[in-house]
Design a protein around this ligand. Structure first.
Ligand SMILES: C[S@@+](CC[C@H](N)C(=O)[O-])C[C@H]1O[C@@H](n2cnc3c(N)ncnc32)[C@H](O)[C@@H]1O
Length: 203
């Protein structure tokens, strides 16, 4: 069985399951798998999803927090509204100060969890793209430090390459436990990784 064929099969499997279970994206399975293993989100949590469109992660987060919690999605793109009234959405660029201010206002305090599957628009030029990815990752970490409660958790996407190890070091200064992982539904060959910070040290 060819490698390419296997990859296509796996993609098709998650796509079909997502359709059947009414998930908005295949990415939903990544969060499901990561949350099962690391227990990042729990019932009643306030979760901020940075780069939420089309809403697959927010959907899984809503299932986990149940009616007691709140999910706030932020994205440059609009997303189709959810029926749940404990879901909120801000359209805008989360690297901008005014959007960060709106996030704090919307959740009325601090968050238990920040999740971010955000990726920037890519130019196709490897070095430039890696810089963009790392810049966005730095922004996600900076926002998390500003909005997380003590002991809060962070899950963010990153890519192996220049700047990746430095980002992990920074996470280690802010969180008690830091893990790097790749969910089963992520392609093995891609440089995509997920970073998890558990137990924000706060101040
Ligand atoms: C891979 S998609 C997220 C998929 C989502 N986790 C899901 O399960 O449906 C990445 C998203 O990040 C968003 N994004 C990237 N940079 C952003 C920024 N600076 N501010 C807001 N959203 C951003 C993009 O618009 C895109 O919708």
């Amino acid at each position: 069985m060819g490698k390419r064929w296997q990859v296509e099969k796996k993609k098709e499997h998650y796509y079909k399951s997502a359709k059947k279970e009414n998930y908005r994206s295949r990415a939903s399975y990544k969060l499901q798998q990561l949350n099962k293993k690391f227990r990042i989100i729990k019932k009643g949590d306030v979760v901020v999803d940075l780069g939420a469109a089309p809403g697959g992660w927010s959907q899984v987060a809503l299932e986990r927090v149940e009616e007691e919690g709140v999910v706030l999605g932020v994205d440059l793109q609009r997303i189709k509204p959810f029926a749940e009234d404990n879901f909120h959405f801000i359209q805008g660029d989360f690297t901008r100060d005014e959007i960060q201010k709106s996030i704090t206002e919307k959740i009325g305090g601090k968050a238990d969890v920040v999740i971010s599957d955000a990726s920037p628009s890519l130019s196709g030029i490897k070095d430039i793209d890696q810089l963009r990815i790392m810049d966005l990752g730095e922004s996600v970490l900076k926002i998390s430090v500003n909005i997380l409660k003590d002991q809060g958790n962070l899950l963010m996407k990153s890519f192996q390459g220049p700047g990746y190890e430095e980002l992990i070091k920074k996470l280690k200064t802010e969180f008690k436990v830091v893990k790097t992982t790749k969910p089963a539904s992520s392609r093995k060959k891609s440089a995509e990784m997920y970073l998890i910070g558990m137990g924000f040290k706060g101040y």
